[in-house]
Ligand binder design. Structure first.
Ligand SMILES: Cc1cc2nc3c(=O)[nH]c(=O)nc-3n(C[C@H](O)[C@H](O)[C@H](O)COP(=O)(O)OP(=O)(O)OC[C@H]3O[C@@H](n4cnc5c(N)ncnc54)[C@H](O)[C@@H]3O)c2cc1C
Length: 522
């Protein structure tokens, strides 16, 4: 059966969804008519234009859509992201820890976190269990010039220019999959008799009809919120940030180093993100308007920019973005699904928005039934899974705050208030006091973040697991393996440090500024 899918919204959510659905459905293997994908966006409502850090899942998404990595890196001014570095989150004096994307050595076989704690935790967790933290300290790339596209020495995602990313996806979807790109502002939703959406009326007077509608209208939430009135579940009492000041910061010189992690530096009422691209850095202060004023936030952001010798002295004025942290109560209603910030957004920490867009679009693409009667079953399942994802996101983000020892401002003190900590996270923390997070976390949560991610944040923030309680019969035997894996981390780091190029060097090659290696040649 052929059907028409109408995606409303041409931001990252709209075009990623179009690419993921069209790559699978636009040309069916049986030679049939295929699915018609229409993407409609308003010429009057600009995209959010932020959202420049991804998870490693983006490599699979790009591959799935059929975009070459070299084309992506060149077109999107993109760089390699090997994780995040959290500066000043535990105490205010500028200590830091990494959440790298490569899992601890032996992950899946030996729970190194418990052995690391038992050994006295003399070196930091991120350095004990792998090499990526030390590689990132030196601004190195996650791969060599000869490494094939999307392959790696150390796991990575990307930093990218959000505007250029949308342009690339649009070009690719239209040229390769025949996605119909329409400009038009939706003024009215045309309901069908059964309560589904039958079509959309544009201000021009034209109607766009379809069988299935994807709401990617950003904070407007035109279909899921305004039309269907699906309630919004605020998370402001848990994650307080609701305002961001964003700057596209210029480098002081063309050869300034490019950090291979998103830097997240704690401030008095939030944190500053710092995303390094080859030609600029995306820097912004996301804060709680209940805990500070815009003027004070501007001063803190200006001080951050000024203190960095790799940045130019004068920077443009920041753009202010306001949002309500939270998500819809359900996401798929009748023949309409919300993907992107129309479904929800809590804050930029750990770049959880783009990964949820990828996962949601994959689900829709893989599960979309041709039979309308089956759609309600798929919708129910999608809603169950997506609610679990939101619970996991909120617990994971809140985990970054609850272990802080900072008492220097109401913002950090309030984050430790028990009333602001979800019960599910309190329960997990009580479990992790006697056993480190492990593979069962993933089974329980339906994977979005692995236990490895939980471990990096927990132990980076100085959490203690009472390993006395976890010793078991084969502990001694496993301990030998664990100590070997911990020793190997240092050797691995030395080998990689000696062989990996800097992030800047590798990106220059890819971008054709130096002699191309295999990665650059594609
Ligand atoms: C400060 C900040 C930092 C962020 N950082 C990250 C990050 O590092 N990593 C990450 O994963 N995510 C991040 N995000 C989230 C990320 O920006 C979004 O998930 C991403 O941009 C997707 O946005 P969107 O496509 O849902 O909405 P938008 O980009 O807002 O697109 C909405 C689209 O809907 C269209 N539209 C609206 N109304 C109508 C209408 N009536 N008719 C027709 N079309 C209409 C608009 O024209 C537009 O094309 C961040 C968000 C913020 C606020």
């Amino acid at each position: 059966m052929s059907q028409t899918i109408v995606i409303v919204g041409g931001g990252s959510a709209g075009w990623l969804t179009a690419g993921i659905i069209a790559a699978k459905h636009s040309v069916p293997s049986n030679g049939g008519p295929g699915t018609r994908v229409v993407l409609l966006e308003s010429p009057d409502v600009p995209n959010l234009g932020v959202g420049e850090g991804t998870w490693p899942t983006m490599r699979d998404t790009l591959r799935r859509i059929g975009i070459s990595e070299v084309e992506f890196l060149r077109s999107c001014d993109a760089s390699f992201k090997q994780g995040s570095q959290f500066i000043g989150w535990q105490r205010a004096e500028g200590e830091s820890y990494y959440h790298p994307f490569t899992a601890p050595n032996g992950y899946g076989t030996v729970n190194l976190a418990e052995h690391w704690q038992a050994s006295g935790a003399e070196i930091s967790f991120d350095e004990a269990v792998g090499s990526q933290a030390r590689v990132c300290d030196r601004w190195l790339a996650p791969k060599k010039p000869t490494t094939p596209e999307y392959a790696f020495s150390l796991n990575y995602g990307y930093h990218l220019n959000a505007g250029k990313f949308v342009d690339l996806l649009q070009r690719h979807c239209v040229e390769k999959f025949g996605v119909e790109h329409r400009l038009g502002h939706v003024e009215q939703i045309l309901p069908a008799e059964n309560g589904d959406i039958a079509g959309l009326m544009l201000t021009s007077g034209e109607a766009i009809n379809g069988d299935f509608f994807v709401d990617c209208t950003g904070f407007t939430a035109l279909l899921i919120g305004k039309h269907y009135e699906i309630p919004f579940v605020s998370q402001r009492h848990r994650l307080f940030n609701d305002t961001a000041l964003a700057v596209q910061a210029e480098y002081a010189s063309e050869d300034a180093p490019i950090a291979s992690v998103t830097r997240a530096t704690a401030q008095s009422a939030g944190w500053v993100w710092d995303i390094a691209l080859p030609s600029r850095r995306g820097i912004g202060y996301v804060f709680s308007s209940e805990h500070t004023s815009t003027e004070k936030a501007e001063e803190e952001l200006a001080a951050y920019l000024k203190a960095d010798a790799h940045l130019a002295q004068d920077q443009p004025a920041p753009r202010k973005i306001q949002f309500q942290p939270g998500h819809r109560e359900s996401f798929w209603h009748r023949n309409c699904v919300a993907i992107g910030v129309s479904a929800g957004f809590v804050e930029p920490l750990e770049a959880t928005a783009l990964i949820l867009i990828e996962k949601s679009a994959e689900w829709v693409s893989d599960q979309l039934p041709e039979d309308r009667a089956a759609m309600d079953v798929v919708a129910r399942r999608f809603n169950d899974v997506t609610r679990q994802h939101w619970r996991a996101i909120i617990d994971f983000l809140k985990l970054h705050y609850v272990l802080t020892e900072r008492r220097d401002s109401a913002y950090w003190r309030d984050h430790r208030d028990e009333a602001s900590i979800p019960e599910s996270l309190q329960e997990s923390l009580s479990l992790w006091r006697t056993q480190a997070p492990w593979l069962y976390e993933t089974n329980y949560r339906i994977e979005l973040f692995t236990a490895a991610s939980l471990q990096y944040v927990l132990y980076g923030m100085g959490f203690k697991t009472d390993v006395g309680a976890v010793r078991y019969r084969q502990w001694a035997q496993e301990e030998g393996i664990a100590m070997r894996l911990i020793r190997e981390s240092t050797q691995q780091a030395e080998t990689l440090i000696a062989s990996l190029p800097t992030n800047r060097d590798l990106l220059n090659r890819v971008r054709g500024k130096q002699k191309a290696g295999r990665c650059a040649a594609g």
